[in-house]
Design a binder for this molecule. Sequence first.
Ligand SMILES: Cc1cc2nc3c(=O)[nH]c(=O)nc-3n(C[C@H](O)[C@H](O)[C@H](O)COP(=O)(O)OP(=O)(O)OC[C@H]3O[C@@H](n4cnc5c(N)ncnc54)[C@H](O)[C@@H]3O)c2cc1C
Length: 466
Amino acid sequence: MELLRRMGLEDRVRAAGLPGEHVSMYRGATLSAPEFVRTTLDQGVVGREVTPAPGVICSQDVLEAILFEPAREADGSRIRFGTEFVSFTENHDGISAELRDVDTGARSIVAADYLVGCDGSRSTVRAQSGIRMDGDTGLGYYVSVRFRAPLGAVVADRTSASYFLTPPARGGFMAIDNDTHWIYQYPYDPDTEDPTAFDEAHWTEIVRAAAGVADLDVSVVDTSVWRMDATLASAYRRRRVFLAGDAAHAVPPTGGHGMNLGLGDADNLAWKLAAVLSGRAGAELLDTYEAERRPIPRQVIEIALDNAGARGGYRIDDELLLTTRYGSDAVVDGPSDSSIDPGGYTPAGLPGQLLPHVQFANSIGVGSTLDLIGATFTLIHGPTDSAQWHDQVDDAARRGHPVTGRHPLVQDASDDPWDRLRRLCGLANTGALLVRPDGHIAWRADTPASGPSLGDTLATLLAKPS
Ligand SMILES: Cc1cc2nc3c(=O)[nH]c(=O)nc-3n(C[C@H](O)[C@H](O)[C@H](O)COP(=O)(O)OP(=O)(O)OC[C@H]3O[C@@H](n4cnc5c(N)ncnc54)[C@H](O)[C@@H]3O)c2cc1C
C-alpha cells in the first residue's frame, strides 16, 4: 500500500477494497452455519502508526483495473491485450520478441533492450531462458470459482474477509464485496477428480452446499484451476531477461504475500531499468535486482508453509514486508544479504531499510515523510547545515545524477518532523538520509562533510563512475 500511495492510487484501492471491519476470518460448517468462530485479524500496523498506508484486502481483478489506468495514461498505445508472447531471441544489442494476436493469429516482432517476464507461475519467458524453479510443487490443487449470488444477508452477522469451512465441508469463500461478488475455493484431488469437466449446474450445486443455502441464486462468472507450490526461480536474471512476480516465485497464499512480493519486484526493477536506459546508471546496477529481491520470497515461503500447517489458524502479517532490508551494491554500508524480519517492524532508517513514516502537516495538509519520495533519489535533511546539503545536491545534479533535496517542514518548535525522523533513525541533527525511488535508504551521513560527497556516493550506487 505504501507503493500504491507513492503512485497516487492508495485512496482508490482502499475505496475498492473491503472495509477494515470486514477483515476477519470465519470458520464454520457452511457459510450460514448457526455455530461459527470469527477471528478479527491483528491490525497492529494501524495501531502503531508505522505506516501511513495500512494494508487493505482488495480483489485482484479490481486492483488490476486501477493499476491499468496510470499505465494507459502514460502511453496506452504501447499496451496490447489479446497478445501472446511466443518466443524471443537475444543478441549483444538487445531482445527480439515474437508476439501473436490471439484473435487473428497474426505474428509480430518487438525489439527491446530488455525483457521482463511477468507472465505468472507457468512463465514462458522463464522456461525459454532456461531458468528452473526449485522447491515443492503440488501442495494442493484448487479451483477458484468466481460467482455472483445474494449472500449479503446470509453473512450479515459474521462478515469476514475469508470464510474457511470445517470438515467434512471443503474449501472456503473469499469475499470480493461481502454482498453479491464472491470466490469459492474448491480443493480437489487430481488423481480422483477432474473439475475442468464440471459445468455451471454442477458448480452451482457445489456452491449452494458450501453456503448451506439450498435455493441460492448462483451465477458463475468464471473458474480457474491453480496448484499450490512453494518454489523459487534459480535466477532472477539471465543476460537481458528478468523475471518478476509469480514467474519468479510461487508462494502459498497462506499469508497473503504473493502479489505484494510481485509489486515489490516491479518497484525494485523499474527505477533501475529507467536509470540504465536513460544513461544515468551503469548496467551493473541491474545485477542488484536479484541480490535484493530473490532472498525475500525464500523467507516468505517458509512463513507461508508454517501458516499452512498451523492448527490454530494464522494471522495476515501486514508488517512483514515492511521489514524488507536490502543488502547490495545499490546500498552503502547495508547488510551482506537482503532479508525480512518475521519478528516485526522497527523503523530505524538503517541503510537498506524503508524510509520510516513520520507524519507532518504543511500548508497542503497532513502528510508523511514517505510522500517526500519521488522518481529520483531524494536527500532528506534538516535545517541545520541545510546550505551545505543543498550544495551537494546541486553538485550531484550537475554531474547528471538523478537526485532532489527535501526536508520535512517544521510545524512548530515543539513538534519538528525532521527532529522526530532523525531521532527515530539515531541520526545527528546535521545528518541526511538518501532515499531511492523505491523508498529504501541507500545511504545516510551524520554531516555533509563526513565521508564521500553525495555526488561520489551516487556515482558508486548507480555504477556510473564520473
Ligand atoms: C487463492 C489465492 C489467494 C491469494 N491471496 C493473495 C493475497 O491475499 N495477497 C497477495 O499479495 N497475493 C495473493 N495471492 C497471490 C497472487 O494472486 C499472485 O501472487 C499474483 O496474481 C501474481 O501476479 P503476477 O502478475 O506475477 O502473475 P499472474 O497474476 O499469474 O499474471 C500473469 C499474467 O501473464 C499472462 N501470461 C502468461 N503467459 C503469457 C504469454 N505467453 N503471453 C502473454 N501473456 C501471458 C497471464 O494471462 C496473466 O494475465 C493469492 C493467490 C491465490 C491463488
